[in-house]
Structure formats: C-alpha cells, structure tokens
Write a protein that binds this ligand. Structure first.
Ligand SMILES: [Zn+2]
Length: 420
C-alpha cells in the first residue's frame, strides 16, 4: 500500500545498528520503538533505558555482548514511559542490579491502576491505533519515532521497579565513568537526562528526537508542560554536548549541530505557544488557529522538525486545552447538541439523508467527506465503507506516522465491524 515518500525516507534511520558515541558509550538504534544505551565502566556496564520488549532487549544485549562481556552493573531510566522500561529484566539477567530513576518517576502506562476510575479502555484502544498494533508490516511503515517493523514478543513484560529515586541533579560514578543525572522535565515531568561531561555526551531521553516533538500524543495524554519542555531544551543546549543520543531516532554529532537541534526544537515549541496564545487572545476560534498555523521556514526546513511524530496543529489544540481548558470563550459552546441531533438537522438542511450521502460521495475534500460520513453514521446510514476508504486515502498522503496508523487502524476496525 502507498505511503508518503518522506515518511518512508525518514524510516531509513531505523535500520538496526549500534552507534558509538565516544569510546565506551554506544546507542542501539532500530531494534525497538526506542533506543537503549550502554556505558562501559571498569568492571561493569551501565544500561540507560531498556526499550519496549524483552525480545528487543535480548537482540540488543546480544549486540552489546559482542562489544564487552562485562556484567550489567546498573540500569538508569530516563523516564517512565513503557517503551523505555520494558526490557530491564533482560539486561539485569536475574541479578539484583540497582535501577535508578528520578524521584518523580511514574508513567501513565506503568501505573495504570484498574481499580481507579479512568478511561483505561480508551487509552488502550487509542494506543493500539497510534502505534498501529494489529496493522500489517506493509500498512505500519513507521511509528514516526521508531521502526514499524520490530519484534513484539514480551512487549511491556520486562519492567523492573526503580530501586533508587533521585530528587535533584547530582554526579554519579558509573563504575569509573563520570556522569551527571540532570532533572529534565519535558515530554514527561519525570524526565532525567544523563550527561557525560568528560566526553561531552548527552542522553536527553525523549526531550529531543528526530521529529517534531510529540507535545500531544493522540493515544491520549494529559497536558505536557510546553514551557517546562522549552526551558529544559535551553538548559540541555547550554551543556555544550558534542554528541547526543536521544531516546528515539539516530544520534546527533557535532557541538554546533547538537545545539542547533535543541534550540530550534525549543523555538518550535515556543512558536506554537505564542501563535496559539495570540490567537486565543484575539478570540480566533481554535479551528482557525490550527488551520493557519505554519512553522516559519527557518524552523520548518530543519529535518528534525518534520511532523513524522508530533504535529504542530495537535500541539496548538493541546496548548489551548492545557492552559484554559475545553471552553473556548464562545457561549455557543456552553450548550450541546448530541451528534445525532446535529446529524438530523444537517440531513434536513441537505434535503434528506440521501442528499447528504450524495454530497459525501461527491465532495473532493476528504476532511469534509469524513465529517459528512460521521453525520450519516450517527443517523445509522451505511457510510462506514466510505469513511474507511477516505481514511485510507488520507493515510496514504500522511507524513505523520501516528495519524497514518490511526487512520488505517480505524479503517480496519470499521470494515470488520469490531467495536473495540
Ligand atoms: Zn519514548
């Protein structure tokens, strides 16, 4: 099936490889949705992040073992997202190794407590859609942040609880290798970066990767603190790293390049904040803020700001909702029409449901066709196939991997008549 050529090209960096960052520090890229890093000390190694599955961790450990046979002495988590903590048991190999994380360590995925009221089923379903779980390899060409095609065995199964929680920045001796743990709230509040001042290597976690930052993940995330993330990028840029190994995608080399990558990503976050806040101040409806939102050329041209993973438009919506909540200031929106009530009136205006169906089939605008299909589906009209075809059409044009996956996943579900 067709895919956007830029999205396919972006995936070239997910070829499996072990990338040396400096003598004794390596990153494993392409084995899983996320990367794992190894630091060789005098008699042991440190593993920073452990990927999403035991199968991926086993593959990486085999590669690391070819570099050194020294045992794993400790594991560090940059943050609590499941795709970074789920291969830990493989690296620990049954030994009682310390697992170090920030004091705020926690995760919307790791800490799901089924006994508490929360939309857990929605989160699970939307996570499958975002990552295209259940799509074929041909359909899921990329995750945007990692390879679409990777082993899924032991997904989420190798998590180990942190044994040490670090509250403030502090130096740490990794068996003779000098490092510093730095609190780095950004993509999540619990982020902790690892900085090697001696060799000027930075492990920033997911605060940077080779794609527009996922300021809002469509699987469903609470507000990510845009301002804190931007400030953290300034702080990380100030370290003066010569190499940077992110939690996803290929490392970046060269002091100037690392600084540029961090600072322009910060500028992109602040651009979205400013444009959205200005629009809200001027009473511009959020749909119109989003429709007119375009990164300035000096940012849009950066290869790492391509919208393969996050999307500026979704970030703007998240910023609006995260700052002032769902109400947009227009009293029309204080009231509600149910989807069916609205659909009935739309059909009436169109001259009946058949006329609405005709309009949906005839419009060349796929977004409008989807909106008309939703009205028809709310009325119980057979528009599911048309909606599925339209989502497939959009998926093939989409540069954003999570949108592509969600379109295709929902199209498949609609065609199968599956409700969950
Ligand atoms: Zn991640």
């Amino acid at each position: 099936m067709k895919a956007h050529p830029d999205l396919v090209a972006h995936g070239a960096q997910f070829e499996r490889r072990i990338v040396p960052l400096s003598p004794g520090i390596w990153t494993a890229v392409g084995f899983a949705a996320s990367n794992a890093h190894m630091v060789e000390g005098a008699d042991s190694v440190t593993i920073i992040d452990t990927t999403e599955s035991t199968a991926a961790a086993e593959n990486i450990l085999a590669e690391f073992r070819a570099l050194t046979g020294k045992p794993v002495g400790r594991i560090i988590y940059t943050h609590g997202h499941r795709d970074h903590v789920s291969g830990a048991s493989v690296f620990a190999g049954g030994a009682d190794v310390p697992v170090i994380a920030s004091a705020g360590f926690g995760s919307d995925l790791v800490d799901v407590d089924q006994s508490r009221v929360a939309p857990n089923a929605a989160l699970a379903r939307r996570t499958r859609a975002q990552f295209g779980i259940g799509l074929s390899g041909d359909e899921r060409v990329s995750l945007g942040c990692g390879p679409g095609n990777r082993p899924m065995k032991g997904l989420g199964e190798g998590y180990l609880e942190p044994t040490e929680r670090v509250a403030d920045d502090r130096p740490i001796d990794l068996d003779g290798v000098e490092a510093r743990l730095i609190m780095a709230p950004g993509e999540t509040p619990d982020h902790m970066a690892v900085w090697f001042p001696g060799v000027r290597v930075l492990v920033p976690g997911d605060n940077w990767y080779h794609a527009f930052p996922n300021l809002y993940a469509i699987r469903g995330t609470a507000y990510r603190d845009f301002a804190a993330w931007a400030d953290t990028l300034t702080m990380l840029a100030g370290l003066g790293a010569e190499a940077m190994a992110p939690g996803h995608t290929m490392p970046v080399f060269g002091g100037e390049r690392v600084r540029e990558a961090l600072e322009t990503t910060r500028d992109a976050i602040r651009f979205v904040m400013r444009e959205t806040a200005d629009g809200m101040d001027r009473e511009v409806p959020i749909d119109d803020i989003v429709a007119g939102l375009e990164l300035p050329a000096r940012l849009a041209e950066k290869p790492w700001l391509g919208e393969y993973y996050g999307k500026a438009a979704w970030a703007a919506r998240a910023y609006a909702a995260g700052t002032l909540g769902w109400y947009d200031g227009n009293p029309t929106n204080l009231g509600t029409l149910s989807t069916r009530a609205r659909a009935l009136r739309m059909a009436e205006l169109a001259g009946g449901a058949d006329a609405l169906m005709r309009a949906a089939r005839l419009t060349p605008d796929p977004q409008w066709r989807l909106e008309l299909c939703d009205h028809l589906i709310a009325l119980g009209e057979p528009a599911g196939e048309l909606k599925a075809d339209t989502m497939t059409e959009l998926a093939e044009l989409e540069i954003n991997a999570t949108a592509r996956n969600a379109y295709l996943w929902e199209a498949k579900r609609l065609r199968s008549g599956d409700s969950g």
